[in-house]
Design a protein around this ligand. Structure first.
Ligand code: GLN
Length: 191
């Protein structure tokens, strides 16, 4: 995946905590130039950013410690795409960074159901996506500009708002790269 001038797109992965390495591997396999983001200066020169799954309380503390909240909001305000998965979805919601017009409910599938797998139809070529949920949130509320891409039992688990993409499961696990490809198409302006 490259930009209009032929250079690879430069995608940051927030690397304070959680599943950032698997996202990096998948993005590299798709041809992106991947950079790990730990401090505000790491955002310089990036075309887009992935916020991985992990633990949202720990990630919030890391963002506060490193002074990343305002730089992340500015990154979004500058029109650069962001992709939040699981805890990363939570970080983007109204109650955390306030970047996306969604409200996440943490551990929404209940304490008994820490993890489960489901075939989810995104209408992508190649058929349904095999989705791995790990203590996942769902989207409890969202604004009118938010397009729900997939739901489980009527609860939105994937959504898009302009250049923001969120998914409550773990698309970085396994070998299905289609959701990362969708994000790179959003980055390229072709989706
Ligand atoms: N349950 C976690 C939280 O609330 C998110 C789980 C995940 O990212 N896999 O932060």
């Amino acid at each position: 995946m490259s930009d209009a001038a032929g250079a690879p797109v430069r995608v940051g992965v927030l690397a304070l905590q959680g599943g950032f390495e698997a996202h990096g591997r998948m993005l590299r396999a798709l041809g992106a130039d991947v950079r790990e983001v730990r401090v505000p200066g790491d955002l310089d020169g990036l075309d887009a950013l992935v916020l991985p799954g992990g633990e949202s309380t720990t990630m919030t503390l890391g963002i506060e410690r490193e002074g990343l909240a305002e730089p992340l909001r500015a990154f979004h305000a500058a029109g650069r795409p962001m992709f939040g998965t699981c805890a990363g979805l939570i970080m983007l919601d109204r109650a955390h960074l306030g970047i996306m017009d969604i409200l996440a409910e943490r551990n929404a599938f209940g304490r008994q159901v820490h993890s489960f797998e489901e075939e989810l139809d995104f209408g992508l070529p190649g058929g349904p996506v095999h989705a791995v949920f790990i203590r996942a949130p769902w989207i409890a509320e969202h604004g009118a500009e938010v397009e729900v891409l997939a739901s489980v039992d009527g609860h939105p688990v994937a959504a898009r708002e302009g250049r923001l993409l969120v998914i409550s499961f773990h698309p970085e696990l396994g070998s299905d790269t289609r959701l990362h490809e969708l994000f790179l198409q959003i980055v390229a302006g072709t989706a």
